[in-house]
Design a protein around this ligand. Structure first.
Ligand code: ADP
Length: 161
């Protein structure tokens, strides 16, 4: 039984995240999507909102063996407490690699039991990141291929005065 975790800010959850969750869920017996609930970081959506949107997206996509949780401490501690040995992270352009690689080294020093596995993005979502979605919404751009209508509606409510 191999249990995996997919951590992130998911502010907001995007179709790129969902694609990665769908693919990772086929590789492992269970997948915990961990919503970082870090009060030091400023998020547009609250952890509860991100959790409920993510749960809705996963349910609508019919993806099984996945649960969504909030966590306010080190991800490696979540892995230790839940006996998870694999952490999944997504890679988009090469520029993601430096950051993700360093993060995996740091995590390894905190919990040597956890292996990080990188999954390349689907080409459809290569240029998609949460910060671009927030910017596009502010500028009135079309984000329909990036997020679900529910995510778009809530972000508009939050970002557009
Ligand atoms: P973002 O990088 O979009 O701000 P997060 O920081 O919450 O989102 O990312 C959580 C994880 O999801 C990271 O491993 C990131 O590489 C991955 N990810 C984000 N967007 C995509 C995408 N479009 N395709 C594949 N993986 C992605």
């Amino acid at each position: 039984m191999i249990k995996a975790a997919f951590p992130g800010s998911f502010d907001p959850p995007t179709l790129g995240h969902l694609n990665l969750i769908k693919r990772a869920s086929r590789l492992f017996d269970s997948l915990d999507v961990i919503i970082a609930d870090n009060s030091q970081k400023k998020h547009v959506l609250s952890a509860d909102e991100r959790l409920s949107l993510m749960e809705g997206m996963i349910g609508d996509a019919g993806i099984s063996r996945v649960r969504v949780v909030k966590w306010d401490s080190l991800i490696v501690n979540y892995c230790r407490e839940n006996d998870i040995k694999v952490m999944v992270r997504g890679l988009r352009p090469l520029s993601d690699f430096g950051y993700e690689f360093e993060l995996s080294m740091i995590n390894k020093t905190f919990n040597s039991q956890v292996e990080t596995i990188f999954l390349p993005t689907d080409p459809k979502y290569f240029v998609l990141r949460a910060s671009s979605v927030r910017e596009l919404i502010l500028l009135g751009g079309d984000v329909s291929r990036m997020v679900t209508p529910e995510v778009e509606a809530l972000l508009k409510e939050r970002l557009i005065p």
